[in-house]
Design a protein around this ligand. Sequence first.
Ligand code: ADP
Ligand code: MG
Length: 394
Amino acid sequence: MSLSSRAEQAIRPAGAGGQIAESGTARACKVRLSGVGKRYGAVTALHSTDLEVREGEFVTLLGPSGSGKTTMLNLIAGMTAPTSGRVSIDGRDVTDVPANKRELGMVFQHYALMPHMTIFENVAFPLRVRRRSRAEIDAEVAKALRLVRLPDLGARKPRELSGGQQQRIAIARCLVYSPSIILMDEPLGALDKKLREELQLELKRLHRELGITVLYVTHDQEEALTMSDRIVLMNGARIEQMGPPEELYFRPRSLFAATFLGDSNILDGTVKSTGTVVEVETAYGTFRSSEIEPGTAGVGDAVQILIRPENFHTQPASAERNDNRVTGQMVNSIAYGGVTKTFVRLSDDKVLVVQELTKAGRMTVEPGTPATLSWNAGDGRILPPAKPAVSAAG
Ligand code: ADP
Ligand code: MG
């Protein structure tokens, strides 16, 4: 199926008027997946999955390529039929309802605008197939174009617009018929960094202003961290962990989650004692950590300590105060504008990265200079022993 016909399938209602299931409650459950899974022959694209998305939430499916993000989105959209489980929207079971009767908006990575139509006609399309009056179409298209801040481009053809503008038009076409949910599959993936950041802010603004439920797919962790109310982290066709951005960033429950989101320093060790503070013995000393999921590691278990680069302190005064200290040698220090990353080598060539605000006069370090890094027990996150690998075909 071509991209534009996929888009048409999603935005064209089956019968005149379509059906909009209304839900009045502010944080009602909007989308529910119960045991939803998808197989293609021997390939499991999505293992049996449970997920709830609440009304007005901005939920991001984040994960590496092939982790099942598009599959999950397409199962919700009705573009793909599940092999197992049920999908419901606004409390109604829609598992057997075709895409064009689900009244969802879809935005893809490639704009999927219809090249022969003007911008106005592209945006008007979903209203025309719903047989809205001419006056209503004029008013709603103008409103949608204003919302995406391109009010004057109606007469142009898609090829006369930049990539960023075309994607805004694709978003306008999706907003124009007021779907109650918008599904976006890597919508900014084809744009350069600056445009992407600009449109991220635009999408957040639209989400705030319209109070619409958004399900957003990206493989870009920064994008997920800045935009989402909640992140669903995918790995190997399953949900690895889900929660608000802060929770995924500061309380990852696996090495995969810890390293997929943000920069990380990982120290391998063995649990020496447990309690509110866990003591872990490593090749560089014994360290105290208070960030652990209760009951996930016992004495003698092999664990890892995660320390985010911004949680290391380099000042001698901090070393006195902090719970943990490690010594090494400066490798180098690189200022990225307002932040400086400093690399410190430990005894066995392990290199830790420290991130601090750039300070005048401290931008250069002499390689080989001894360095002491310190951190608090609350900033050392214990990652539990890895679970035995599950078969990918399971
Ligand atoms: P993502 O969007 O996270 O990159 P997908 O959901 O597209 O991942 O794919 C998940 C897995 O399912 C991949 O291994 C992919 O190759 C497989 N897959 C997806 N669609 C099909 C299909 N139509 N036929 C066979 N395998 C598929
Ligand atoms: Mg995909």
